[in-house]
Structures are given as structure tokens and as C-alpha cells.
Design a protein around this ligand. Sequence first.
Ligand code: ZN
Length: 469
Amino acid sequence: MPLRFFNTYSRELEEFEPCDPASRKIGIYTCGPTVYSRAHIGNFRAYIFEDLLQRHLELRGYHVHRVMNITDVDDKTIRGAREANIPLSEFTAPFKEAFFQDLETLRIKRADEFPAATEQKYIERMIAMIETLISRGLAYQAEDKSVYYRINKFANYGKLAHFDLSQLQSTGRVKNDEYDKEHVGDFALWKAWDEEDGDVGWESAWGRGRPGWHIECSAMSTALLGDQIDIHCGGVDNIFPHHEAEIAQTEGCTGKKFVCYWLHCAHLLVDGQKMSKSLGNFYTIPDVLAKGYSGREIRYALMRVHFRAPLNFTWEGMEETREALKRIDEWLERLREAAAKSADNKSDTQIGQQFEEALDDDLNISAALGFLFESIRETNRALDRNELDAASAKAWLNWWERVNSVLLVEKEKGQELPPEIAALAGAREMARRAKDWRKSDELRDKINALGWKVRDTKDGQKIAPGATS
Ligand SMILES: [Zn+2]
């Protein structure tokens, strides 16, 4: 079966072919985090879906070049820096670092490039793109000195989100500070400096200001991946206005189709509700680690539902995940035992292609996992009856290597902490982040008392069995 994906732009399952059909190289662009706080598990659901996508494409022989931007200038980051009374870059740095730490915890392959919006070369590119848009009549400077995109001039505006502009007119709310836009849906390309911005700002032909969020992605994606991108990903909440705006801006400059496939990941709910701090169901990765779960368990829990279906995160679900991974661990142990019994490698075991084929079909992870667990059941039965020879066990282990190159959920030796130690470690990590050194020391003593030693390194705490030296 050919590889196919549901393209948000056409609302159809489409056979996948790179923009350049002759190429095995694929460019993927992902909207990355806005570094004003720690990313939450809903954000990571999307990043894990993108990881699954990349790894499966690589399994199928494509060479993926992936770019993920870091938004380190916007209203929220500026507000945060102002409230903390520190420079913007100082405010965003720890959140960037935390983000990379969380990626590692979840075994997410790092993008090839992580451009940051505040890098001078990208700011210059954003300004150049805005100049082009103005020269083509697609943008204008309003009385408030900000520059806006003239959405009425871009015929395809609304195509990605599938609505027409008249709808926007009737339901759009006009914010006080946007009274001088021509159309309520016109979005800012360049925001004129105001007092709230403090020392954040760049000079441009339109005066001092800063780029709008949408133009960041148009500039950085085309700078690093060219005018046409094979796959652009994000969460469903990015479709409008963010991705719609990216298309208008980029195509307005290049005159070429910007993205061949738009893939969007559905929401994550917690206990059936939208995650929010006020409901007390808002979790970051360290929050879940603090409950005693490991990175691979969180990875599996966030990956196991098809990316276009909403995922309901629950603690029962985390327990199911633990059970599922335990079954995999035990199965691998049994296979390794069986494989060690003979040096014979000749096997006539035929293992079906259903795992890969399910993923070919719009990354149908549920069907892929269904086949994995059915295979585990069958091989376990054969092992029970002593009917699985060493060569067949090896064939299954080789197959697992392929499966795990996509899932990445195998237990790593010595990495897994017992749940109670993991919970203490997570709590200590939180205490350290809150600079509560007394609590951090108390927790270290508790961990020591249980026979584990703690070492603080620049990459965070490392915990290993053994007495404190
Ligand atoms: Zn973006």
C-alpha cells in the first residue's frame, strides 16, 4: 500500500509524494514552542506525533530534514520578561533549556534545526518579506504604525481552515487597538513598538517594532527549507489563523504553492476536559514524572492514539500504558532467552508487514499496535508450548528492532528507576526549579536512604543505585 496522509488543505486522504517526486529528501516544518513557560503534555502530544511521522518516513527510506522554530518574542514572552524585570533573552533561556530536556525525556528526535525568531538574519528576512508584500499591495501600514496583511487581496485566504471571509466578518471581534485595520481579519505582520515592549524592538522602514508571530514561521521555514515544503505540521489550534496566515504571506511573496501536505494533530484532553490551570488538570512532563512515571511511559501514552483523534489523558490510561510496556519487556526477555538457546539463524518464520502498513495508512498507530500485541500473544503461546525455536525468536527480535526504531519504547538498561524513586526524583526536580533548596536536600536524603545516590550535573540530577560517596 502506498503511503498516504490526511491533508488538512484538501480534507482528503492523499497518496504521499514529495513536492519533487524524484526526491527521497523530505523537508518537514513544525511550529515549535513559545518559550514563556514550560510546555505541557498537550504540546508534547503534537511533538510526539511529529516524531512518529519522521521516524516512519525514515523507516520507509526517506531522508527527513526537519525544522522546528522557537518563538522567543511575542506578547507573552515580553510580558514575562517585563514582570520578571529581566532582559527578554534571559527570561526565555531557561524555558528553551527545559524544552530540550523534555524532548530528551520523551526520546523525541531533535529537529535538524531550531531557528529562533530573534536571530538577526531571520528578523531581516521577515522585514524583507513584509516589504515584498507591501510592494505587491498585499500589506499596508495602518495609522497605528503597524503593518497588516490585506486578506481581501489574497484569493486563497480561508482555504486551509475551510471558511469564507464573510463568515469572519460577521463573527470577528474587533479589539480596541485594531480599529484602524481595513478588514477585521487583517493580521499584523509588524507590530509598532509601544511602551509595553520596553527595550524589545528592531528598526525597520515602518519604524521601530517587532514581527508578528505568523511572519516568523514564513521567514524561517523558507530560509531553511526553500519556497516549497513537503510537510508542515502543527496542532489543530494552529490551523487558523496561524497556518492560514503563513500560506498567505509565503505564497504572497513566492507565488508558489507553499506546502504540499498539511498535517494537524488533534487536542489532548485530561479526564475528558480541556486542560487548564484553573481546573487543576494542567500537567508538564516533570509533573507526570513526579507521579512516578518514566519518560518512555509518557511517550507511549501520548503516542498510542491516532493523531487526528482527540486523546484523553487519564491516570488509568497511564496504568494501562505501564501494563502494555511491561508486556513488551517480558516478551523481549522471553525471546532473548529462546534466541540464546542455539546459534542457528535459519528460520522460515514469515512476519507480516502489518505494522509498517498500518503506519503507511495515515499513521494508523492503533492498528499498528494492535498487530504488535497480537504478535506478542501468538509468540508467547508458541513459547509456552516450547514451539518457538531459537532462529524464529531471532527473527522476531529483528522485527522488533524495526518496530522500535519508530516507537522507541524499549526499556533501556539501568535507566528505569523504580516508581517510588522516580516520584522522589521528580519532586526534587520541581523543588530545585522552585529554588527550594531545603526541600531538595530533604528529598535527596530520602532517595539516599532508599539506597540510591544523587548527582547534580549541568544537565540536571542523575540518579544511580549505590551508597552516597
Ligand atoms: Zn508556526
